[in-house]
Design a protein around this ligand. Structure first.
Ligand code: AHR
Length: 330
């Protein structure tokens, strides 16, 4: 079965061999499994609507695996971020015999059985952005994502430089159970954990949402008599929500409370340019080209690294944000 996929890839990438493809396709028995027209069928078990970063990432994947490029992308966003809907989509992709599966997991745990089924069916799986726990690399080809631990550590390093005498800080986390949340805490703690002058007032999930973050942080400011100088927001939307909460409390974001975020979306860079955010670490969502290269290599039988890190930038001033905004694609 893998052999015929490899053949289809060769054919897919060498348009001139179309005639050969057609005749081979006619006699091969895998039309049920793949595109009779020689297209490579990619099953994308996606997260779906979840904010600006997610929209940019999943649109980038869809803009990469086009029909023109020889792909038949089957986009399956989760229903309300529900893992069971993802597992159902994954299972149907395996039953359909797609050529390859891309997985952005809404939950880190609970994927062993599905990944084993794909392996038995010789369908390679690539993790897009989100990791799995336990991280058994024998169950998937590779993970492609920026390095969450390193990105969060860069935020903490900025905080250490910005607050030489330390600060009272609060962490706004993504949803519990999502792999990147743990990785971002790990990166932050790897720097701040050893600094007693940084006092952790608390941490709470705001589910990547500006609205939830505003209400969470309003409560936290009130409960702590506004005695918090620093917010580590694990994504842009939550950082923007915290800025609104600071303003609601009659304080000034960027002065009384400094807010650092991860993602690097346009909205956050605009707020940084205005001084309402103080630091933005990019978590680059546009890695379709890397993904395409890995899909072709994998279906060609070539090996790739088990974790492919997507490079990301940081923005530590209104000037840096203003400079990046004109060409910002997400
Ligand atoms: O997995 C990446 C995270 O998911 C982004 O940082 C967040 O904005 C998104 O929803």
């Amino acid at each position: 079965m893998l052999k015929s996929r490899r053949l289809r890839v060769l054919l897919g990438t060498v348009a001139g061999a179309a005639t050969l493809a057609t005749s081979l396709a006619a006699c091969s028995d895998d039309t049920a499994e793949g595109g009779g027209d020689g297209s490579i069928i990619v099953g994308f078990v996606a997260v779906g609507p979840e904010g600006a970063w997610r929209e940019a990432n999943e649109q980038n994947v869809q803009d990469t695996f086009t029909e023109e490029a020889g792909f038949d992308l089957r986009y399956a966003p989760a229903t309300n971020l529900d893992q069971q809907s993802q597992i159902a989509a994954f299972t149907s992709f395996v039953d359909e015999g797609v050529d390859i599966i891309l997985l952005s997991a809404t939950e880190a745990t609970g994927w062993e059985a599905s990944l084993q089924r794909a392996q038995e069916a010789e369908i390679p799986v690539i993790l897009v952005d989100r990791g799995i726990e336990p991280d058994d690399t024998s169950l998937y080809v590779t993970r492609i994502a920026p390095d969450n631990v390193q990105v969060a550590a860069s935020v903490a390093e900025w905080a250490v430089a910005e607050f030489p005498d330390g600060a009272n800080y609060f962490t706004l986390e993504g949803p519990a159970g999502v792999g990147v949340v743990n990785e971002r805490n790990q990166g932050w703690d790897s720097v701040i954990g050893s600094k007693p002058e940084f006092v952790k007032v608390g941490a709470q999930t705001a589910n990547w949402s500006a609205e939830e973050a505003k209400s969470v942080f309003e409560t936290v400011l009130r409960a702590n008599d506004n005695d918090i100088q620093l917010v580590f927001a694990q994504n842009d939307e939550m950082g923007l929500g915290a800025a609104l909460a600071v303003e609601e409390a009659g304080l000034t974001p960027g002065e009384d409370v400094k807010i650092a975020t991860i993602d690097g979306t346009r909205g956050a860079l605009e707020a940084l340019a205005e001084g309402r955010l103080s630091f933005v670490a990019e978590y680059n969502p546009l890695f379709g080209d890397t993904l395409l290269d890995v899909v072709n290599k994998t279906l060609n039988g070539e090996s790739v690294d088990s974790y492919i890190v997507v490079p990301s930038l940081t923005f530590d001033s209104p000037e840096a944000a203003a400079e990046a905004l004109p060409d910002r694609q997400f």
